[in-house]
Every structure is written in structure tokens, then in C-alpha cells.
Ligand binder design. Sequence first.
Ligand code: G3P
Length: 233
Amino acid sequence: MKFFVDTADLAEIEEAASWGVLAGVTTNPSLYAKIGGRVADFPAHIQRICKVTKGPVSAEAISTCRDDIIREGRQLAALAPNVVVKIPVSTAGLAACRVLADECISVNMTLIFSVPQAVMAARAGARFLSPFVGRFDDIGGDGIGELQAIIDALTNYDWRDAGIAEPVGGSLQQAPEIIAASIRTVQHVSAAALVGADIATVPFNVLRKCLEHPLTSKGMEAFVRDWEKVSQA
Ligand code: G3P
């Protein structure tokens, strides 16, 4: 499983990148609002993120009509070679995805909560599919169970003829990559890896928590203490 960081905060992205495991970034309008972003600064902000990571950087189209999504998607894709256009799943979104994929623009279809949504997005040429785990749990659903069902369903089929845009700098794969999204806990990260998600996009605070374990801290303290004894011997 690859790790993306789910944030628009440049400092968080830079720190996660410094750890050596960052494979990409996902943003959305809510995450951009959270850092106090302004519409006029959005293109430059995405370009700054794209300089920190060479991996895919999802930037979301906010239009809801097919032609507007296409126009916005082309503008976003022109910002940097590693921009992926994020589009919420809908009839207009699918239609726009098909056009953009045919132009070799990578699409991340987002707000996916069911197997049919995922399979249709893949058929529309989406390069990445983002099933939301936490938000499904929020309404009493089984977010990881649905993620697993989506992974299982996609592996039933051959996607070579689906017209999926080849990722820039990547190799053409047979299936779209599944991004476990709306990840809230370390347990979600663990479960996403166990069901075989290609990618987990993880908020920065959860990404940091993934490295923490009381026995790791305890063990490190003991190593330092014991080395002091060795040094004084
Ligand atoms: O990647 C999608 C994510 O940003 C949504 O997370 O916690 O708002 O459901 P959340």
C-alpha cells in the first residue's frame, strides 16, 4: 500500500515528504478551506504542492455540469504534470471523466460509497477511485467492508480496454488504483492495508500516529539508558 497525505497544508506535506514514504497528496475544497485558502491562490497553491511531491496530487473540480467540469479539469491538469483531477461521482462527473480520460488526463473519482459507483467510475476511465471509509462508518455503515467489496469487485474484471488514462511518470496498470479515503484512525490504515487497498490517503495527524507505539517508545528509552551505562563502564 502506498501512502498519500490527505491535506492542503504545505507544512504538513513537506514534513510527510521528508519521512521518505510520501507517494502523493489529496486535497479537497474542505481541506483547502481549513487552511484559510482563497480561490485566487488555489492554482499557485496546487503548483507549490506539486513541487514538493512528484507523485499524484489530487485537485478537485467544484463544477457540477459536465462541460464545466471538463473545462475546470483541463485547467487543473494544466497546472502541473502530476495533477490528478478529482471529481465527485455523478452522471455529469462520469461523463466528464470519460472525456478527460480520453485526453489522457488522470481522474480521481471521489465520494464513492458503493460497488456500482466504483465499477461505473472505472468504466468511465477513472485512474483512481476513492471509497470513503470514515464517512460510511459515520452513518452506521461498514466503511472497511465496503472498501473490501469494491476491491474484490474490481479484481473480477480486466480493465485493459476501459480507456483509463496512463498516469504521468507511471506505468499503465490493468485496474484503477483504489485510494482508501476518509481515513480517521490507525486502525483504518491497518485495515485498508489488510484488504489490499493500493493507496491510503491519510490525514497528517493520523499518519504520525501510525508510527507511534508505546512499546517502541519504551524500547528506545531503554536502549538509550543502557547505552549510557555502557559508556560509563
Ligand atoms: O480524502 C477524503 C477525505 O478528505 C474526507 O475525509 O474525514 O472529511 O471524511 P473526512
